[in-house]
Design a protein around this ligand. Sequence first.
Ligand SMILES: [Zn+2]
Length: 243
Amino acid sequence: MRFYWLITFYLTVVLLVVLTGNANLVIISLLTLIFLSIIVWGVSVMKLNLFIRSISNIETDKNEIAITFDDGPSPEYTPQILDILGQYNAKATFFCIGNKLADNKEIVERIIAEGHSIGNHTFEHLPSFPGWSVKRIRESIQKTDAVLLELGIEPGTMFRPPYGITNNLIAAAVRSENKTCIGWSIRTKDTCRKPEQVIDLVKKNVKPGSIILLHDTNKYVCEELEEILKYCKDHHLNSIALS
Ligand SMILES: [Zn+2]
């Protein structure tokens, strides 16, 4: 695992600096700063695979992309999203929050019935998630899977960590639950950008194999999705459901 290689490399370099008699506070501080910067970068950018291997692109030799929606299901927007996907004959993946599933049973059933797929996005999706213990992360994944099973849906292996954050504990929990971390290649930041910016970003970057991140809680998501699907249709890019 890259994380352990990084720690080993850091400690070896520090030891060599000390053993060669070059140890001084400036050099050690500089090395520590570089080490910590790489760790912070690795925590926030899943595709660096510092803690666990994640999937950020689909491996395909066809004109396929994957549109993904996080943080639903949402009674306000998910049904409209499904309508639009249906109009374009496009499939998508919904990374659902466990505690929203039971209250939106009909939407969940529709997602599956219309050929889309569902991934696990924790049960609670709390900001404190990066600080959770392995046990708590595992329980959150298990609770979400249990609700899916109650709804008659096979949970599968796809897991997307909230905020795209990974660390050593999240990696351990994901491995223990036999899940695969699913990231993205296009992070639209749709929850804080204007729709035109989101659409423009996707148009500039989308290509075969892209995984696009959107949120079905964003009030502009339908407008954005429609424009993205129009562009993809014009460029013969077909959105598929991940599995
Ligand atoms: Zn999320």
